[in-house]
Design a protein around this ligand. Structure first.
Ligand code: TNX
Length: 522
């Protein structure tokens, strides 16, 4: 006869793995995790949390359903788990709890508390979104695959309390020199949002192309948008497509900032409507790279009717507060014409309840209340802007222009401002850049990606990554906590994550890359 004690032992041994809910906790150190941007504070406690097939996403407020769906979209395919949503704070083993709550001091703050048996993300909706991005980076890189992978899906335990230094963390995409369609822009939005970027500035017009449907001036898009640098077919967004992008971005807490560049960089306008130039003569579409030869006629009343129509239509489909009016490199507009033009255009923008943003040259004009001067090349202009009461958006070309080559061997990009490898994009501090422009004058940092040499999504990814990760940290993390050597080590671990996301990143020789997804999976 088998002793009952032995039977009891046998049943316990076979049952334990099932009642024990999968993966037992392991020793893990939160401070060794590769997070970018680095959170402003964290405490580790040396153990781990595991997602499990029965993990649920619990909410304290039905308003978080969109975030729960988004989170499930991120984690559901690679884990293969159902990740059902439920309302209530009754937490079971493996649950993720999203808790809508106000954190004092910063509307973008979040708290991520990871315990062995559950984890909690607290904050405003936006804060919770950023907590989700951090959680994503704490999970193994294979979480980024779109098809089901082997776990375990462990997260180091501890507590992160985090908030950004700058409220405006931007990327700009030039869709004028080469046109990029809705799907490409959505992918860019997905990629930049993982680094907690919250604005996407679209450079919608330039000499080579006009990229947004304007119903009152239809030829802008149909004719002005019909080509691009190199003579390809170009393209434009219908207002419905633009709205689709605005909505897609908003779900990722990104605000679209549309730019109509004026009074220079306007050949595509003038070829569509020659009456907007002073000589009224017909012009050809332009597919070269050199600029600085075109200007709207600042003296004609019809020019201002045109600007009013464009800004009105754009304002109606742009929920964000900023309209960018360009203003750079107007080399054939005399300053005495440029200034009154820029002043009138700003008034048009504010008449539609929008705030003005413009390249640093706009500081030559008087500035509307709450205008933002985007510093790209002339410190003197940016300073003048601050003296006139404006705020500054930092885009120093020799640090953050993502179209600059990494080094002299880069197959894509220009190098008029500098060669910019990852160290140069990382090793600067916005409030130390221009004497007289301090943190309070600065709304944030934006990394423009001009597209003269870029024709496809792979090119965008190659120029943006990994530099955009460095710039995102400059904008988010307090400078006293940033350290280049330590950043290199963290970035090194992103090779696997970029591989899993199929990002065509530049493997900078300055980074001790960790071996990619193959190594991570073995
Ligand atoms: C300067 S930056 C420009 C753009 C070019 C870029 C190329 C700025 C406001 N104007 O028109 O595309 O350089 O790097």
């Amino acid at each position: 006869m088998v002793p009952t004690r032995f039977l009891l032992y046998l049943s316990l041994v076979t049952l334990i793995p099932f009642v024990g809910c999968g993966t037992p906790p392991q020793k893990m150190n939160l401070s060794e995790a590769a997070m970018i941007p680095l959170p402003s504070s964290m405490k580790e406690d040396g153990s781990s949390f595991a997602l499990s097939p029965s993990s649920k996403i619990k909410l304290n407020d039905a308003a978080l359903q969109n975030l729960a769906d988004y989170l499930k979209g991120l984690l559901g395919s690679s884990t293969g788990y159902a990740l059902e949503t439920a309302t209530g704070s009754d937490l079971d083993q493996g649950d993720i709890y999203l808790q809508l709550t106000e954190i004092e001091g910063n509307a973008e703050a979040y708290i991520l508390e990871i315990k062995e048996d559950h984890l909690v993300i607290k904050g405003s909706e936006k804060g919770i979104f950023y907590g989700i991005q951090t959680l994503r980076q704490l999970l193994p890189p294979a979480i980024e695959y779109r098809k089901s992978q082997e776990g375990p899906w462990l997260v180091p335990t501890g507590m992160i309390e985090d908030a950004p230094v700058y409220a405006y963390r931007g990327a700009m995409l030039d869709v004028a020199r080469h046109f990029f369609g809705v799907e490409d822009v959505k992918r860019y939005i997905d990629l930049i949002s993982s680094f907690k970027i919250n604005h996407l500035h679209l450079h919608l017009s330039d000499d080579q192309g006009w990229r947004i449907e304007i119903r009152s001036w239809p030829k802008l898009a149909t004719h002005g948008g019909s080509t691009q640098v190199g003579g390809g077919k170009g393209g434009f967004y219908t207002q419905d497509q633009y709205t689709e992008l605005v909505d897609y971005a908003a779900k990722r807490f990104i605000t679209i900032v549309p730019e109509i560049d004026m009074p220079g960089h306007t050949n595509a306008i003038l070829t569509s409507y020659p009456q907007l130039s002073c000589d009224g003569k017909d012009r050809e579409l332009y597919t070269g790279i050199e600029v600085g030869f075109s200007t709207l006629c600042t003296k004609k009343e019809s020019t201002y009717r045109f600007v009013d129509d464009v800004i009105r239509e754009l304002s109606l489909i742009t929920p964000g507060r900023y309209i960018h009016i360009g203003g750079d490199e107007s080399l054939v507009t005399p300053l005495e014409d440029y200034i009154p033009f820029m002043e009138r255009v700003q008034k048009i923008v504010t008449s539609y309840n929008k705030r003005v943003m413009g390249w640093d040259e706009i500081a030559h004009a008087d500035l509307e209340r709450r205008a933002v001067v985007q510093y790209w090349s002339e410190a003197e202009n940016a300073l003048k802007g601050v003296e006139k009461g404006a705020k500054v958006l930092m885009s120093p070309a020799n640090r953050v222009y993502l179209d600059m080559q990494y080094d002299s061997t880069s197959p894509l990009g220009l190098h008029w401002a500098a060669y910019i490898d990852v160290d140069s994009a990382y090793l600067w501090n916005p409030s130390d850049l221009v004497q007289g422009i301090g943190q309070d004058d600065i709304i944030g940092v934006e990394a423009p990606l001009w597209s003269e040499t870029l024709t496809k999504m792979d090119d965008i990814e190659y120029m943006a990554f990994p530099r955009l990760a460095a710039i995102a940290e400059v904008a988010w993390t307090p400078s006293a906590q940033r350290d280049w050597q330590q950043f290199r080590q963290r970035l090194a671990k992103f090779s696997a994550r970029f591989d899993a996301m199929d990002v065509n990143y530049y493997p900078s020789p300055l980074i001790p890359w960790d071996g990619g997804i193959e190594k991570a999976l073995n």
